[in-house]
Design a protein around this ligand. Structure first.
Ligand code: ADP
Ligand code: MG
Length: 244
């Protein structure tokens, strides 16, 4: 055992001949907020999906709470329940109310009774500023509201880490702030978070550590002020010159 909530060792992912992740070594402590930035196509989404075993690694280890969940003999579902994931496209269940979206997984997995799950759902909706929409259907909500519900839904399983894949990229600009605020609150409360984003302001203000990924490798990492103000690698400098 060690101090890390997550420890990734020599993680590789190929799609056919396309080598997308080329040996990542990443350690994440409990309570840490790690922001990953990098060009489109560099493997950021694949990294998140491989780290929670939505994609099976080609090679390497993913230790989560001390267990190598990349090991074929491990019940990955049990561990993945402890990793909340929020996607760019919200992915709410369209035929269910907001409340039912939040209670489905905790009830289905037998973790909470329906009553307990509903109580918890109402608390979470309050936390993301959506308590008046418990009975609404997703399509009646704005993108920002749907994404806040998606965050609450992930939290309903009481995850130990939250993974965000460009959670504000599909939103109209005026809705980005409300989602980032919810994420910032979560970070303040001590949630361990891995966030892929192009929101450099969020990265600067909230991240404990920034990873710059390009072409399937971590090119550079450090505290936000190091990476943003004093990037050491040419590829990082080029990327930042384009996005900042
Ligand atoms: P990013 O999130 O940084 O934009 P991705 O992880 O989505 O990058 O993609 C990295 C590379 O992996 C791309 O070349 C993409 O085409 C490829 N890729 C991603 N998912 C799949 C998949 N399911 N099957 C085949 N190739 C994929
Ligand atoms: Mg992506």
């Amino acid at each position: 055992m060690n101090d890390y909530l997550i420890e990734i060792k020599n993680l590789h992912k190929n799609f056919g001949k396309n080598e997308v992740l080329k040996g990542l070594d990443i350690q994440i402590k409990k309570g840490e907020v790690v922001v990953m930035i990098g060009p489109s196509g560099s493997g950021k989404s694949t990294f998140l999906r491989t780290m929670n075993l939505l994609e099976s690694p080609t090679k390497g280890e993913v230790y989560f709470e001390g267990t190598n969940i990349a090991d074929k003999s491990v019940d990955v579902f049990k561990h993945r329940e402890k990793m909340g994931m929020v996607f760019q496209q919200f992915n709410l269940f369209p035929n269910m109310t907001v409340l039912d979206n939040l209670t489905l997984a905790p009830v289905k997995t037998g973790r909470l009774s329906k009553e307990e799950a509903e109580k918890k759902a109402h608390e979470l909706l309050e936390r993301v500023g959506m308590s008046d929409k418990a009975q609404a259907y997703p399509q009646s909500l704005s993108g920002g509201q749907q994404q806040r519900v998606a965050i609450a839904r992930a939290l309903a399983m009481t995850p130990d880490v939250m993974l965000f894949d460009e959670p504000t990229s599909a939103l109209d600009p005026e809705m980005v702030g409300e989602v980032l605020n919810v994420m910032q609150e979560l970070a303040k409360e001590g949630m361990t978070m891995v966030v892929v984003t192009h929101e450099m302001g969020f990265a600067k203000n909230v991240a404990d550590r920034v990873l710059f990924m390009a072409d399937g490798v971590i090119v550079e990492e450090g505290k936000p002020e190091q990476v943003f103000d004093h990037p050491q690698e040419a590829r990082t400098q080029d990327f930042l010159a384009k996005v900042l």
